[in-house]
Design a protein around this ligand. Structure first.
Ligand code: 5CA
Length: 440
């Protein structure tokens, strides 16, 4: 992508409305724009990051055996009357009437709709277990939308729903998602701590929130420090291995961790003081087991091996991609801007032309740009007619992991500078060496 032809509206000034660093940096880097309170457009740079986050979330859901579908954002109120949540959900639900005056709503979550799909097609235990997910917009009319896309009214959610014949089966499905979440957050460059959680309007009695630590987080968390040392399940984890997943789950739930709603001061005080962690955190995922809460009132049942009909045991599993993007920034930035983990960076490499219009600089940049493109890299070429200082500031602000700096002096001897955004380390090398290093 040539920056001169791209759409990346950088802000020079710090936006006044932004209270936390991720919100400030997302606005300054031209990633998002608020359209009305708590409702955002994702501008091209932001969309690139969001797509990369979604791709990782999707890969890990698929690896764990979940199957993707797509459900609509608008739902009929009837389904919610069946489950009893239409009246219970309260003011967070945006209620709408269509031209026939039928009550509709903008889905805040999809338990009812997916249960309806399930009951229409699945009749036998032989088709279980089943886990269906989608990555779709949700709407919750939050009282206090704030911090940009961290807590917005319209937001993206990956929501998965599992169906099993028995409670034991459902608990295994729960542990599959538990392990998939550990892998997902780790690939996003985050260390998330699973904590026993309150179930709120989703319901049920087994639930974990996945929290990443950040001073600006809205949740107060209490845990044991051991979490930093636990291993992340490997890519070849066998998700059908019941005992194997149980042991991952047992390890990750063996030490104390809770949010303030579930906090047990006595249990926490029993941990030696030096091993206690009391901090603030951001909830990036939340999983629930709620048994027959929806299947029973909505009549979702299958025939079991005993020939009898059984209501299925269900769980639901949410991740918020539009919250994850600012959460990653909260965890990884410095005074100059964002520092993206390579896995979600909007571009892999930025080539900075310090003197656009200078023949030698232009031709070296073109050479680098096409070599990187050919190797399948996402590369941004800063070919704007601007001062070198402005270009350096932009590259640091948008957080691309590697900068290749092309200036008139070094290019005269066939050399460029390669800068690592995270460490700030710079190395001078020939153009060929830079290409070899970065496409390898
Ligand atoms: N049906 C269940 C799981 S699929 C559910 O709705 N869970 S939830 O309410 O905990 O939301 C799941 C995830 O969505 C949260 O962990 C969070 O990452 C994200 N999320 C929830 N509310 C918001 C919001 N207002 N803004 C941004 N992300 C949100």
């Amino acid at each position: 992508m040539r920056l001169s032809r791209y759409f990346m509206p950088i802000l020079k000034e710090n936006p006044k409305e932004a209270e936390i660093v991720s919100h400030r940096l997302m606005l300054r880097a031209g990633m998002i724009r608020q359209q009305s309170q708590g409702i955002y457009s994702w501008l091209p740079l932001g969309k690139r990051v969001l797509d990369k986050v979604n791709a990782i979330v999707r890969e890990e859901q698929n690896r764990a055996g979940a199957i993707e579908l797509s459900m609509p954002t608008l739902q009929s109120a009837e389904l919610w009357q069946e489950s009893g949540r239409y009246d219970a959900y309260g003011k967070e639900m945006l209620r709408i009437r269509d031209r026939q005056d039928r009550p509709m709503l903008y889905g805040p979550t999809n338990e009812e709709m997916v249960t309806d799909i399930f009951r229409s097609y699945v009749k036998s235990y032989k088709d279980l277990p089943l886990n269906l997910y989608h990555i779709q917009l949700k709407f919750r009319d939050e009282i206090r939308p704030r911090f940009g896309t961290m807590r917005s009214r319209e937001f993206l959610m990956k929501d998965a729903y599992s169906f099993d014949l028995t409670r034991e089966g459902a608990e295994h499905s729960y542990r599959k998602m538990f392990a998939a979440y550990l892998r997902t957050f780790s690939r996003l460059g985050l260390r998330a701590i699973p904590m026993r959680a309150d179930t709120g309007p989703i319901g049920g009695n087994l639930s974990h929130e996945f929290i990443i630590l950040a001073d600006t987080g809205e949740s107060e968390v209490f845990s044991h420090k051991d979490f930093v040392n636990f291993d992340i399940p490997s890519a070849d984890t066998d998700f059908d291995d019941v005992a194997g997943l149980q042991s991952i789950f047992d390890q990750w739930t063996s030490v104390y961790a809770a949010t303030s709603e579930m906090h047990d001061e006595a249990a926490f005080s029993a941990i030696p003081e030096a091993e206690r962690l009391s901090a603030r955190g951001i909830e990036v995922g939340h999983i629930f087991y709620f048994g027959e809460k929806y299947s029973e009132p909505m009549g979702a049942k299958v025939q079991g091996p005993d020939g009898k009909e059984h209501f299925v045991h269900m769980g639901s599993y949410g991740i918020g991609p539009t919250r994850l993007v600012p959460a990653i920034i909260e965890a990884s930035h410095d005074e100059n801007g964002i520092i993206w983990p390579a896995s979600v960076a909007p571009f892999d490499i930025v080539v900075i032309n310090m003197k656009s219009g200078d023949e030698a600089c232009d031709s070296a940049c073109e050479k680098l740009y096409s070599a990187f493109m050919k190797a399948g890299k996402d590369v941004l070429l800063d070919d704007r007619d601007d001062r070198a200082g402005t270009k350096f500031a932009t590259a640091d602000l948008i957080g691309v992991p590697v900068q290749v700096i092309v200036g008139p002096r070094s290019v005269a001897s066939g050399e460029v500078e390669v800068k690592d955004r995270k460490t700030g380390a710079r190395e001078t090398m020939t153009i060929e060496a830079a290409v070899n290093r970065l496409v390898g």
